[in-house]
Design a protein around this ligand. Structure first.
Ligand code: PTJ
Length: 260
């Protein structure tokens, strides 16, 4: 890993790249994961590399939905494991969610490497590894169709950071509520999820953990109100307006420069 001086204007972004390259070398991330991250970076640049007020609204509604769920599951792929394994474990513990490995470029070796990383960070049980992923999501052709009977298959709410559109649509068709984290507000995933957080997972996941700590003790009707009053279509339009430089409300809050 090359030393990155704190004074570098893109220091954080460069550190994340280094981490992904390290994860490519140790078998967690696939080459395509670096390309996917590059696409995400481009949108992040346009968003100002900060969490917008709209992403914060989506984060709170998502955490409320996870806390209300009977069988919540957090789906983990290579990039997510690499960039936020610790926060995945924390969020799962706070919301009583299961953790399932689900890969687009599936291999048993990667599943085991990701399982081991999650366990190093404190996960007790990791679903979806090897023979456990014996059920199929109907009408889905990719390797992502294979899911765990006791995990995603029987979940009512699934958090799918960095997802592909096909599976999001298929999960919604199965009657599940889907929470996506995607920097691209135009993606099919973003458009078809129940709630989309348009933010970098490296910022969104720690904020979800904080929101879960805060909302955990709240009454169900309050959480329910937060979910009901959230409109994904409107939130995406607002995120898009930020990208297009048309949104003053977000720019004027100054929240992010204080919070980070
Ligand atoms: O580990 P695997 O085998 O499951 O493969 C994982 C990748 C990411 C390669 C696979 O899911 C894939 O090909 O993803 P896509 O279809 O390219 O979608 C990635 C989406 O995530 C794009 O819309 C990006 O804008 C977005 N994205 C990338 N990096 C980030 C991100 N969104 C939030 N935070 C990021 N850091």
């Amino acid at each position: 890993m090359i030393p990155i001086p704190d004074s570098h204007p893109r220091a954080e972004s460069l550190r994340v790249r280094e981490r992904l390259v390290e994860c490519l070398r140790n078998g967690i991330v696939v080459e395509q994961g670096l390309i996917a991250h590059g696409r995400g970076e481009a949108f992040d640049y346009l968003l100002g590399e900060r969490t917008t007020v709209y992403a914060r609204e989506a984060i709170r509604a998502s955490v409320a939905l996870l806390l209300l769920a009977k069988h919540p599951v957090i789906s983990v792929n290579g990039n997510v494991a690499c960039l936020c394994a610790k926060d995945v474990v924390k969020l799962a513990s706070l919301t009583d969610a299961k953790i399932e490995v689900n890969l687009f470029y599936r291999s048993y070796e990667r599943e085991k490497a990701i399982e081991m990383l999650l366990k190093e960070e404190g996960a007790e049980m990791v679903y979806g590894v090897g023979e456990r992923a014996s059920m199929s999501i109907p009408e889905l052709m990719s390797e992502r169709r294979r899911v765990d009977k006791d995990g995603i298959y029987s979940a009512d709410v699934v958090l799918v950071p960095l997802e592909d559109g096909d599976r999001t649509e298929a999960l919604v068709r199965m009657g599940k509520k889907v929470i996506a984290v995607d920097l691209n507000p135009l993606s099919r995933t973003a458009r078809s999820a129940t709630i989309t957080i348009v933010d970098n997972i490296t910022r969104a996941m720690p904020l979800m953990v904080e929101a879960a700590k805060e909302l955990k003790g709240e009454p169900r009707d309050k959480l329910d109100g937060m979910v009901r009053s959230f409109s994904n279509a409107m939130n995406l339009e607002r995120s898009l307006a930020v990208i297009r430089g048309l949104d003053r409300e977000d720019a004027e809050t100054g929240l992010d420069s204080m919070d980070r």
